[in-house]
Design a protein around this ligand. Structure first.
Ligand code: AMP
Ligand code: MG
Length: 353
């Protein structure tokens, strides 16, 4: 792909940044690519209604062409234009959780090109709450396709530096709005089926949605990933979030986990390998060998979600050979954390009793 100059502009919170937003909007309207922060991860934006622009996203990320894009909007009027109908339950969920870290799958309207939906008759739509994201979307015409702004397969970017690392020279602009808040991608809820089904876990949990619309199911490939069934969200079947090192998750009683990780870390270090350890505030001081990183506190798992992808990237930068990680509860945001961590580990998890 042709090398292009990537403009990087930092937005300051108390802003007088209309010129930066204006420039981002102009690039998007001309069919270019702009990365920008959202509350979940950084997105790589293109005009979703311009098939050629959407195609550039696939080229820049090295993304398989059957992996559809999420269209980002800022208001319900925009939703009406890109979907053929809005189910009652979707309206209720939208009322409660939009704008926010939730994507819903609808039947698409004719104005949405197949280049955006990966050839599907359905379309994924999200309404982010992040102020800079909303300004960029509006400036760019209101319908912005924006997958995570990473090279396909790498951990999603949670700060502008991650985007720059992967996509400098491949996209037109990066809007740097500092680190994101949530750190894992949006929950995906398919509202074209009854009952609605979660295709990807995120910060908006099953329980939170069931409070509003009753029964919600979960794509069974998320629960039992080694089943032969293909995930309903095409992107979920790909190798993802994968660090370069061999990552193993150890679960079980905390004391035994620490002991086992210590044993393995020492064994590999003694054999001359570089080892990374993912611990928590509760345990980091108990680890004795390797490059030990604290991912957050079990007392507030949102801290763990926020640090996960950044830590995986740091281990890539440090070129570690083996990573050992503790395991996390799957309640609340924990289901999203474990979904991403298991994918990063190629589902290599060992249980101590
Ligand atoms: P990303 O934006 O990179 O986090 O990836 C978007 C995710 O949404 C991928 O897993 C896609 O497969 C999924 N997705 C997008 N559009 C659809 C759709 N129409 N039906 C099912 N999944 C979708
Ligand atoms: Mg992604």
């Amino acid at each position: 792909m042709r090398h292009m100059e990537t403009i990087i502009k930092k937005i300051d919170k108390n802003h007088e940044n209309t010129d930066i937003i204006g420039e981002a909007g102009r690039i998007l309207k001309e069919g270019g690519l702009v990365a920008f922060p959202t509350e979940t991860v950084y997105g790589l934006g293109a005009d979703a209604l311009n098939e050629d622009a959407a195609k550039k996203i696939y080229a820049a990320k090295g993304r398989p062409s059957d992996n559809p894009l999420i269209i980002h909007i800022t208001n319900m009027k925009a939703l009406e234009k890109i979907v053929s109908e809005i189910p009652e339950k979707a309206k209720k969920v939208a009322e409660k959780y939009w704008p926010g870290p939730l994507t819903m799958i609808f039947n698409k309207s004719d104005i949405v090109p197949y280049g955006t939906t990966g050839g599907l008759d359905t379309v994924a739509v999200r309404m982010p709450v992040h102020e800079i994201a909303r300004e960029v979307i509006d400036a760019g015409g209101g319908y912005i396709a924006a997958p995570s702004a990473n090279t396909s397969g790498r951990p999603s970017p949670t700060k502008a530096e991650h985007v720059a690392e992967d996509l400098t020279g491949r996209i037109d602009m990066i809007v740097d709005g500092g680190p994101v808040q949530i750190g894992v991608e949006s929950t995906i809820l398919d509202v074209t089926v009854e009952p609605p089904m979660i295709l990807r876990p995120g910060a908006i949990t099953k329980e939170m949605m069931e409070d509003v619309i009753g029964e919600v199911t979960v794509d069974k490939t998320l629960i039992k990933p080694d089943s032969k069934t293909v995930p309903k969200a095409p992107g979920m079947k790909y190798r993802h979030y994968a660090p370069k090192a061999d990552l193993t998750i150890i679960e079980g009683p905390m004391e035994k986990v620490v002991e086992e990780i210590n044993r393995r870390a020492k064994e590999k270090t003694d054999a001359g390998y570089k080892v990374g350890v993912i611990g928590t505030e509760e345990t980091v001081d108990s680890y004795l060998s390797g490059d030990v990183k604290c991912i957050g506190t079990r007392a507030d798992e949102t801290t763990i979600a926020a640090n996960l992808f950044g830590i995986l990237r740091e281990f890539d930068d440090d070129a570690v050979d083996f990573i050992y990680s503790e395991s996390f509860d799957t309640a609340g945001i924990g289901s999203a954390i474990m979904n991403r961590l298991l994918k990063a580990a190629g589902h290599h998890i060992e249980t101590l009793v």
